[in-house]
Design a protein around this ligand. Structure first.
Ligand code: UT7
Length: 329
């Protein structure tokens, strides 16, 4: 039995933060941001709009597309590192809103690799026969942990959510293989220093702005290209495939230069590399799911097409997933 993605969803908040807006906030320029990252604008959630709200909207779209009643969901996996609360889990919060009464639910935290980690867990549960229908949601309100006085990071990130229903039958995208990896030796490269039990929230931690994301961008860049390339090779080799068998590449939408570097290493033509980074920036765990959803909506994925998804994030964590379009169920 092969797990398959039978539907997808996405949600982006309506408020747009452009590079020109950022020029008014920190010492930066549209020219610098565009040439170094490819980002032109990103979406920012409303003050009263949270990770669970965005995830809920993405989930509702995937459920509607699959024509699946919420009671038929067996499990909700919610990938986020900007949850509404430490607990209860964001999965349980959307379970209530969806009315998914028969589902178990939990959150997973693999930073920007969350969608692929979640997909891997869903695939395993389906293929073990434990569950029939799993709702995967990846959602981030990154604007809640971004320091809008730090030009190194505030220009990069945006808010958004994506989702997928993974089932044991039906037409969709079969998931032949997923590879995951992590390297805790590099845990300091992207970090939220305070707010956990190691450094609890205090006046001092707030004064030191330690509740905002910190990143060593240049170092992360090098690891990102190397690790996503390595994961992609491992994934393709496992299936006896090469880059020539890949119809579409969807890489974590962190930086256009990272995406282009990976595509170049695989000789994947530019028009087969799907990008949303220019309009949404880096939406962390939700990024590859949003791109996948939009690619499918464009209608350019044909029977037998193979999609290669790669992601990378804090931890460090990374992953690659191979998907194959199969309309026959
Ligand atoms: O989602 C998790 C994974 N995250 C990533 O994959 C992010 C990976 N890293 C990156 O995308 C890039 O490293 C950045 C976009 C973050 C930075 O680009 P870079 O080409 O690596 O720039 P840099 O950090 O080497 O900085 C070059 C210069 C520095 O000035 P000096 O030291 O050369 O005088 C920075 O201070 O650019 C300066 N700079 C800026 N200038 C204008 C940094 N941020 C800005 C800014 N506007 N926003």
């Amino acid at each position: 039995m092969k797990a398959r993605i039978v539907s997808t969803g996405a949600y982006l908040p309506s408020k747009i933060l452009t590079n020109l807006d950022l020029e008014q906030m920190v010492d930066t320029s549209d020219e610098w941001i565009t040439s170094r990252t490819g980002i032109k604008e990103r979406r920012i959630a409303h003050e009263e709009e949270f990770t669970s709200d965005m995830g809920l909207k993405a989930a509702q779209e995937a459920l509607a597309q699959a024509k699946l009643p919420p009671e038929k969901i067996d499990l909700i996996i919610f990938a986020t590192h900007t949850p509404d609360h430490f607990f209860p889990s964001t999965a349980c919060m959307i379970q209530k809103e969806l009315g998914a009464k028969n589902a178990a639910g939990f959150d997973i935290q693999a930073a920007c690799s969350g969608y692929l980690y979640g997909l891997s867990v869903a695939k395993s549960f389906i293929e073990s026969g434990a569950y029939k229908n799993i709702l995967l949601v990846a959602s981030e309100k990154l604007s809640s942990i971004i320091d809008y006085e730090d030009r190194n990071t505030c220009i990069l990130f945006g808010d958004g959510a994506s989702s997928a229903i993974i089932s044991n039958e039906g037409a969709g995208l079969i998931i032949p293989h997923i590879c995951l990896g992590s390297d805790g030796d590099q845990e300091n490269l992207i970090k939220l220093p305070a707010g956990g039990c190691r450094k609890v929230a205090s006046k001092e931690s707030v004064d030191c702005r330690e509740h905002f994301l910190r990143m060593e961008g240049r170092e992360v860049f090098k690891h990102a290209v190397r690790r996503m390339e390595q994961a992609a090779i491992e994934c393709l080799e496992h299936e006896g495939l090469t880059d020539a068998d890949v119809s579409w590449l969807i890489a974590h939408q962190a930086n256009i230069r990272i995406i282009d570097a990976i595509a170049k290493r695989f000789s994947i033509p530019a028009d087969r590399v799907y990008k949303t980074v220019h309009k949404y920036g880096n939406t962390s765990s939700s990024s590859v799911g949003i791109a996948l959803h939009e690619l499918l909506l464009d209608g350019n994925v044909n029977e037998g097409d193979r999609l290669l998804l790669v992601a990378f994030g804090a931890g460090l964590t990374w992953g690659a997933a191979l998907l194959e379009k199969n309309s026959n169920g």
